[in-house]
Design a protein around this ligand. Structure first.
Ligand SMILES: Nc1ncnc2c1ncn2[C@@H]1O[C@H](COP(=O)(O)OP(=O)(O)OP(=O)(O)O)[C@@H](O)[C@H]1O
Length: 310
């Protein structure tokens, strides 16, 4: 029997105040959100799949409250957020991260996975719900204040300065605390020996996988306790994808708790301690990585070939 839980939309009323966005990235729509045009033979099946997903979202009971936030490192509780005024992309998302965990967020294209992680990092205003770090509200903290509070974020794309060397990119990560530069350069080079070897090379000359290492290394320069990764394996070859997942576990072994949005859902669930399946800006399923991988509904609705394309 599967131990994962289907979770529906929490209460309708917004609880939080609007937050002014610092560094709001609205208007910069990421790629990959185009409507999928299924081949005719798959259209009916895709329609049924969508109907089944809608049913799950509709009938799953209200998400259980998180309770005492202070028992978690990071909590997003019933969060509502969006880009365009009056249109919510997140319709009450809940996520918890305990000290030492790797938590994965998976779900179909456009489910709101990246939006959730950006909202947690202060890049989008919180329209409802609460976000806390060690029990303290962070909804009004800007991204750079969050970095100072120990939260690192690696965006999905354009996450390195291509005209700067690897070392200069890493230095940029620590400009708020220049005194720790040498110590952190050594620590990051230990985690990513390749970055040490290539430190004088321009980041723009590196492969996609190597640039991803630079981006993660830069976020780690500030010695974060939480690392938020937005689709770190996007666009990488299978070998580099494996490398990234392996590095994530190594980073975690140094004491960094990780939240990772991933389109490579199966592999993500194999690697993470717990996972969340988001759909239409809501929690659809939650469980350990194993529980989600073993849940036939999750497999049918979110991990199959057709499921992944729509
Ligand atoms: N900057 C933006 N401005 C306006 N709408 C946006 C912006 N970024 C994303 N969206 C919209 O928000 C919705 C959720 O996008 P989001 O990137 O969070 O999805 P996702 O679950 O991460 O999907 P994917 O796996 O395709 O990246 C989509 O409908 C998308 O078009």
């Amino acid at each position: 029997m599967s131990g994962s839980t289907a979770a529906g939309a929490p209460g309708e009323e917004p609880r939080g105040a609007e937050q002014e966005a610092a560094g709001d990235d609205r208007g910069a729509g990421p790629p990959g959100h185009e409507q999928i045009d299924h081949p005719p033979e798959n259209r009916e099946e895709a329609g049924l799949l969508q109907a089944h997903r809608e049913e799950v979202l509709e009938h799953a009971g209200p998400a259980e409250g998180v309770g005492d936030h202070s028992q978690y490192l990071l909590v997003a509780d019933d969060v509502k957020a969006g880009y365009v005024p009056g249109v919510n992309i997140l319709n009450g998302c809940t996520l918890t991260l305990r000290e030492g965990e790797v938590v994965g967020i998976i779900g179909p294209n456009g489910a709101g996975k990246s939006t959730l992680i950006k909202t947690v990092f202060g890049l989008l205003p919180v329209r409802g719900g609460a976000i806390t770090l060690r029990g303290e509200s962070i909804v009004r903290r800007s991204a750079h204040q969050l970095v100072s509070s120990g939260v690192g974020y690696v965006p999905q794309s354009q996450n390195v300065f291509p005209s700067l060397t690897v070392e200069e990119n890493l230095e940029m990560g620590v400009f708020l605390r220049p005194k720790i530069l040498q110590r952190r350069l050594a620590a990051v080079a230990e985690l990513f020996p390749l970055l040490g070897e290539r430190r004088k090379q321009k980041a723009g000359a590196l492969s996609g996988g190597e640039r991803q290492m630079v981006a993660m290394g830069r976020a780690l320069m500030m010695e974060p306790s939480v690392l938020l990764l937005d689709e770190p394996t996007a666009g990488l070859s299978p070998i580099f994808q494996d490398e990234v997942f392996h590095r994530v576990r190594e980073i975690n072994a140094t004491g960094v708790s990780v939240v990772m949005v991933e389109q490579n859902a199966r592999r993500c669930l194999q690697v993470c301690d717990r996972g969340y399946v988001l759909d239409q800006g809501r929690n659809a399923y939650t469980g350990t990585g194993r529980e989600l991988l073993d849940d036939p509904n999750v497999v049918e609705l979110y991990l199959g070939t057709l499921a992944k394309s729509g």
